[in-house]
Design a protein around this ligand. Structure first.
Ligand code: 13P
Ligand code: SF4
Length: 343
């Protein structure tokens, strides 16, 4: 990964106290949020990587917890007038593009994603222009502007299926921005794919050598891996999949113990769904020798009950997008949802 990428990410790492939400009165904040959700006909749409206090509240209030594809689908189908998207900014933007008539709020608009940050729209445009005649497929973890340049948007739950489908049609592909997921889908599909060079700084930390050592300590454990991880980590996996797919695998497996190579926020749901099973965090090594997340996404952890309440109360942190961008980005996003229905 280039030094430029590392510098961009370091500049955007949050310096906020990510545990601020834990220090506050959870019960009081939750009660206030519940009241406002009803008054404002609003629903919480949360990702598995957010703090358990947020996931719990989403469950208790008829909101939603899911992977990024399911969040997009729920947001589009929900009758709520306001969606409060607890996740990172691209998730809020996706909800807005799919439901422009709804108000979409986020607890913190600075909740970024290293993949989105690592794929600057003007640079991406140059890359596409330099590689004409290829279908442009972008990961959901991108800005609305990048999506507006794409033919297809995908999430990790359908990326392999879509690239196989396009390859069978004889298409050549541009894939952005996640190089490791791009490597994986290329190996799986045998397709002709040109890759953009960015990564998820959280998943890139999982370390194959340390994971092998952990497997030796727990020989009965199955290894669950998110495909944003490096090839050598994916090669060790018993199951590779999106967050929801990993959760389902843990539920359906006969095994009682799992080593989990994805963000640790998912342990809340895994433990809840499988109370009799044990989940162990996969081992990490600082990314690029510089960035140390320890499998916790610094931007996901910017969401807490206090800023969620504040956004709901004041209507602040609203996702606003230019009509032209919404119109263009809606095309590949609609294709993604239609593809999911058929496959
Ligand atoms: P999922 O679509 O698997 O939830 O992944 C989103 C994400 O940001 C993973 O890091
Ligand atoms: Fe982005 Fe990685 Fe955080 Fe997911 S875990 S939101 S891919 S930085």
């Amino acid at each position: 990964m280039s030094q430029n990428f590392l510098q961009t990410i370091e500049k955007h790492l949050p310096i906020t106290d990510v545990l601020a939400g834990d220090k506050l009165n959870t019960a009081q904040l939750s009660a206030e949020i519940k009241k406002l959700l009803t008054e404002k006909n609003a629903a919480i749409v949360a990702h598995y990587y957010t703090d358990p206090s947020i996931q719990k509240l989403a469950e208790e209030t008829g909101g939603f917890i899911g992977d990024s594809l399911e969040m997009a689908r729920f947001g589009a189908e929900s009758p709520a007038k306001t969606l409060i998207v607890a996740g990172v900014r691209f998730m809020g933007e996706t909800s807005k593009i799919l439901s422009p008539q709804k108000t979409v709020l986020m607890p913190d608009l600075h909740a970024e994603c290293s993949l989105d940050l690592g794929c600057e729209p003007a640079e991406f445009k140059k890359f596409c222009n330099a590689n004409p005649g290829r279908i442009v497929v972008v990961y959901a973890n991108t800005s609305a502007e990048v999506k507006a340049m794409a033919d297809w948007v995908v999430t990790s739950s359908i990326a392999v299926d879509l690239i196989k489908h396009l390859t069978e049609r004889g298409e050549k592909i541009i894939w952005a921005p996640d190089r490791y997921l791009g490597d994986y889908i290329t190996r799986q599909s045998g397709g002709d794919v040109i890759l953009w060079d960015a990564c998820c700084i959280v998943h890139a930390e999982f370390d194959a050598t340390k994971i092998i050592a952990l497997q030796k300590l727990h020989p009965d454990a199955k290894l669950l891996v998110h495909p944003e991880s490096k090839a050598e980590v994916i090669a060790l996996a018993d199951v590779v999949g999106s967050t929801s797919q990993l959760l389902r695998a843990a539920q359906q497996s006969q095994a009682k113990k799992f080593i989990v190579a994805t963000e640790t926020g998912i342990f809340y749901k895994m433990q809840q769904a499988c109370p009799d099973k044990e989940f162990i965090a996969a081992a990490t090594e600082p990314f690029g020798g510089q960035i140390n997340c320890e499998a916790s996404c610094p931007w996901m952890k910017m969401n807490n009950l206090e800023n969620l309440l504040d956004a709901l109360k004041t209507g602040s942190n609203e996702i606003i997008l230019a009509d032209e961008i919404v119109k263009k980005a809606l095309i590949p996003l609609t294709r993604m949802l239609e593809f999911r229905k058929k496959n």
